[in-house]
Ligand binder design. Structure first.
Ligand code: FAD
Length: 434
């Protein structure tokens, strides 16, 4: 296998790594690597921080392991290699009346990355997390042995949401969900403040819901936003909205506070006061940001961080206080999202808990790093947790406390990988396998 030296980064581009990367095209080549010189597997590097980095070491990119191996169109079960992107999977199954059961906000994420982070989608409050829809997976462990991992086993619980620490996921078997057609019927409603935002998300009957939040609004308008409710439908697929690309790193003033405030106010008003219902292609609804290629360059050369935490339902006031702190700081970008999460989670280290999750993008500046530290402390006090797929800044002690079963998971990871060949920058930084 050829190993090429490369510099690569998390999606936020604030943390980087240099190391040797291999790109196997066959499961047999992946198995040979795991037998001879095991290294952490990484997907499309859509995690924002250092989850998929191994600075100074090696890593195995799975993106060429991208075959669909079997598709039972009657039962709606698909078997596919770990490097298949979720957007490609959606394109492959939707014409046959099926959808991937859980889709995060980007179609570039791979199946392996979706399992290793136990990702959630806009339907988490109803349908749970990605790992809850698996019939099983094939894991190639250090030493090269391929293991069939069934749900309801300790190895499954350590692998789903397990940050790639139990082995390289080679393929997964996923139960799909029925779709009424190839379009999304989306109702958009403006909400004027925090309480209305929570009430609208809570009262929504649609299977998919998400709130865009104006994280620059303060005072009586704190928490205002747009609530989207979506359901699949049949009908003519409208043309996708035009794709764009960010050609270069944007200068600092592009996201200066007055610019963001003005943009957010205009964005909020884009939806009529009476609301509206629109028909969208599936991918436009599930992956709205994918239409803008390299949008992470909007944050300039130094990149950005995303802070995402979840707090228990009854601690919503603590989340409101965190939003207030973000709004007061003037550091918010237009990208801020509020979602309802249900209790569903499939792994020991899975992120979701029943409650409210807030995600805010922050340009990588010293002030933003200090803000993220304050938000981390507030999330901990509220009994919440930070999402590792987004993190590059949190402290190990806080994260280990937020994931109380972490020691059990670390023991399972050590049993699977006794020589600690799969440790990544995130696992090192947070001391997750002490
Ligand atoms: C625009 C955007 C929107 C997003 N929205 C959401 C959202 O709504 N919900 C949500 O949950 N997440 C969301 N995310 C986060 C994203 O879904 C996760 O970070 C996901 O893990 C990315 O998949 P990936 O293939 O890029 O994995 P990577 O980022 O490359 O890797 C993530 C982790 O998985 C491990 N891994 C990857 N492949 C394998 C494998 N084959 N075997 C073993 N371990 C492996 C890596 O070691 C690493 O620990 C979003 C990200 C972006 C950029």
């Amino acid at each position: 296998m050829r190993w090429a030296e490369a510099e690569y980064a998390g999606w936020g581009r604030a943390v980087r790594a240099t190391g040797r990367l291999a790109r196997p095209e066959r499961a047999s080549a992946l198995a040979a690597i795991m037998a001879d010189a095991p290294a952490p597997a990484i997907g499309a590097n859509r995690s924002y921080g250092d989850a998929a980095l191994n600075d100074g070491g090696r890593a195995v990119l799975t993106t060429r392991l991208d075959r669909i191996c079997g598709f039972d169109r009657d039962a709606g079960v698909i078997e596919a290699e770990a490097g298949v992107r979720l957007g490609d999977l959606l394109d492959a199954v939707a014409p046959h009346g099926w959808l991937p059961p859980v889709l995060p906000g980007t179609g570039h994420a791979t199946l392996g990355g979706a399992v290793a982070m136990d990702v959630h989608g806009k339907n988490h409050h109803r349908d749970g997390s990605f790992g809850q829809h698996l019939d099983g997976l094939t894991l190639i462990q250090p030493g090269g042995t391929a293991v069939e991992v069934r749900p309801d086993t300790p190895l499954f619980a350590a692998t789903v949401g397990g940050l790639g620490q139990t082995g390289a996921i080679e393929r997964v078997r996923l139960r799909l969900t029925r779709t009424k057609g190839e379009v999304m019927i989306v109702t958009e409603r403006r909400v004027p403040d925090w309480d209305a935002h929570l009430a609208a998300l809570d009262g929504a009957a649609a299977p998919y819901t998400v709130g865009w939040i104006d994280a620059t609004a303060t005072g009586a308008a704190l928490g205002r936003g747009i609530v989207e409710e979506g359901a699949t439908g049949a009908g003519l697929v409208p043309p996708p909205r035009p794709a764009r690309r960010v050609p270069l790193d944007a200068p600092g003033f592009a996201l200066a506070p007055p610019v963001v405030r003005a943009f957010n106010a205009a964005y909020w008003r884009r939806v009529p006061a009476s609301g509206r219902t629109v028909v969208r292609p599936l991918a436009d609804f599930f992956f709205p940001l994918d239409r803008i290629g390299d949008w992470n360059r909007l944050y300039g050369r130094r990149g950005f961080h995303q802070f995402q935490c979840v707090v228990p339902t009854d601690r919503a006031p603590a989340l409101r206080a965190m939003l207030e702190e973000v709004a007061r700081s003037g550091l918010a970008s237009p990208l801020a999202v509020l979602k309802r999460l249900g209790p569903g989670r499939a792994g020991t280290m899975s992120f979701p808990m029943e409650g409210w999750t807030l995600a805010v993008d922050l340009r990588n500046t010293p002030e933003a790093v200090r803000l993220a530290e304050r938000l981390e402390a507030a999330a901990a006090t509220a009994g919440g947790r930070i999402y590792l797929a987004k993190d590059a800044l949190a402290s190990g002690a806080t994260i280990r406390a937020m994931y109380p079963a972490h020691a059990e998971w670390a023991a399972a990871a050590d049993a699977a990988d006794p020589d600690r060949t799969l440790v990544t920058d995130m696992v090192r930084r947070l001391g997750l396998r002490p």
